[in-house]
Design a protein around this ligand. Structure first.
Ligand SMILES: NC(=O)c1ccc[n+]([C@@H]2O[C@H](COP(=O)([O-])OP(=O)(O)OC[C@H]3O[C@@H](n4cnc5c(N)ncnc54)[C@H](OP(=O)(O)O)[C@@H]3O)[C@@H](O)[C@H]2O)c1
Length: 332
């Protein structure tokens, strides 16, 4: 594959860290646009990475920052906003995407990869899913842009938000107890968790596989789990005895309202609404790219179990192919 200059928005997050380390390993020049350069300086261990502090909401700043790129990749996404109006989601997902499209058009950059979410639709129950759908629509209607949109179910892998969040929650709830009961809203919602390595492989394929242009690709793992089953599995892997109590919606909504008031919003009303929709698909888009979806159970014990990596950035070294460094991190 020829070396390209690839600019990534949201490249400092969970997906972004894995993606940029792979892009660099593949010999590409990578420019990551960030709001907080100092906070993400550990990324600079990646050879040649250009970490650029940019106000990505400023059309002119974004246009200048992507100049010269062969490809732009937008991974920016939020699960929660401050307030409840949906304006935060619209800004981060839809308005930013409009800026990204304009910046590509102004610079004559044709290739745009965009990360959306499974079940994004205009009539979805949450601001998260509706604002993602509005962004998809802008991209699909854009002129002069060769786009590919990725729509994953929940993504798992070292450093993920989802499985790690439940591991922390269970450890907190079970602290000092022999057995704990964890009340959970919408425990029956189904997910097809997809491995970060498979998501990255799909994005890498899209860089060269012209048939992915103009496609919305649904990325799912091989197995479907309810939310309750996933939490039970996490408890099992971290060695805690935990009973997951699935709350009726009338109480679940109250739980979401209360947890949404806590710092970091462990669960918000908008998350609760997103959980009204199963995050599963009947399509086989990973397989059509030649990627065999990886089973959750073959990966999670290696990062949530007792020998989990010691630092947040251990997965970077792992993804970068430094097996010795990764083994050291795992052994700390
Ligand atoms: N992880 C999943 O399970 C999952 C599932 C489905 C879809 N997705 C989608 O995949 C994408 C990547 O997810 P992720 O898990 O890697 O997310 P993440 O870890 O939260 O990272 C997202 C990145 O976006 C930037 N960002 C966050 N809030 C922002 C804001 N308000 N305005 C501008 N930039 C902001 C941050 O970069 P800086 O701090 O450097 O600016 C951050 O590193 C998102 O679009 C997400 O919706 C993820």
């Amino acid at each position: 594959m020829r070396s390209m200059l690839i600019t990534v928005l949201g490249g400092t997050g969970f997906v972004g860290r894995a993606l940029v380390s792979r892009l660099i390993r593949d010999g590409h020049q990578v420019r990551v646009l960030t709001r907080h350069r100092a906070r993400h300086s550990p990324l600079l261990v990646l050879p040649g990475l250009n970490l650029l502090r940019t106000d990505i909401y400023s059309a002119s700043a974004l246009e200048a920052a992507v100049a010269g790129s062969d490809v732009v990749i937008n991974l920016v996404g939020i699960l929660n906003e401050s307030g409840y109006s949906g304006k935060g989601f619209t800004r981060a997902h839809t308005e930013l995407t409009a800026n990204v499209i304009k910046a590509c058009q102004a610079n004559g950059i044709r290739r745009l990869l965009h990360m959306s979410a499974l079940k994004a639709s205009a009539d979805a129950p949450s601001h998260y899913l509706r604002s993602k759908a509005a962004a998809n629509k802008l991209i699909q209607e854009s002129v002069g842009v060769d786009w590919t949109i990725f729509e994953p179910s929940v993504i798992f892998g070292p450093g993920d938000g989802f499985m790690n969040k439940f591991a922390s929650l269970i450890k907190f709830a079970a602290w000092g107890h022999f057995f704990t009961v964890l009340p959970i809203a919408r425990g029956g919602t189904r997910f097809a968790p997809v491995y970060i390595g498979d998501v990255i492989e799909a994005m890498i394929q899209a860089l060269t596989n012209k048939s992915t242009t103009g496609q919305r690709l649904e990325l799912c793992g091989p197995d479907v789990f309810t939310l309750s089953a996933l939490i039970n599995y996490v408890a099992h892997i971290i060695g805690k005895r935990c009973y997951v109590l699935s709350l009726p919606d009338s109480i679940g909504v109250l739980q979401a309202a209360l947890l949404g008031l806590l710092p970091g919003k462990p669960l918000s009303l908008d998350n609760f609404r997103s959980l009204a929709v199963d995050s599963v698909s009947t399509r086989q888009d990973l397989a059509s790219l030649g990627v065999t979806p990886t089973a959750l159970t073959s990966v999670v014990p290696y990062y949530l179990g007792p020998r989990q990596p010691a630092t947040r950035y251990a997965e970077l070294r792992y993804a970068a192919g430094s097996r010795v460094a990764a083994k050291d991190a795992l052994n700390k």
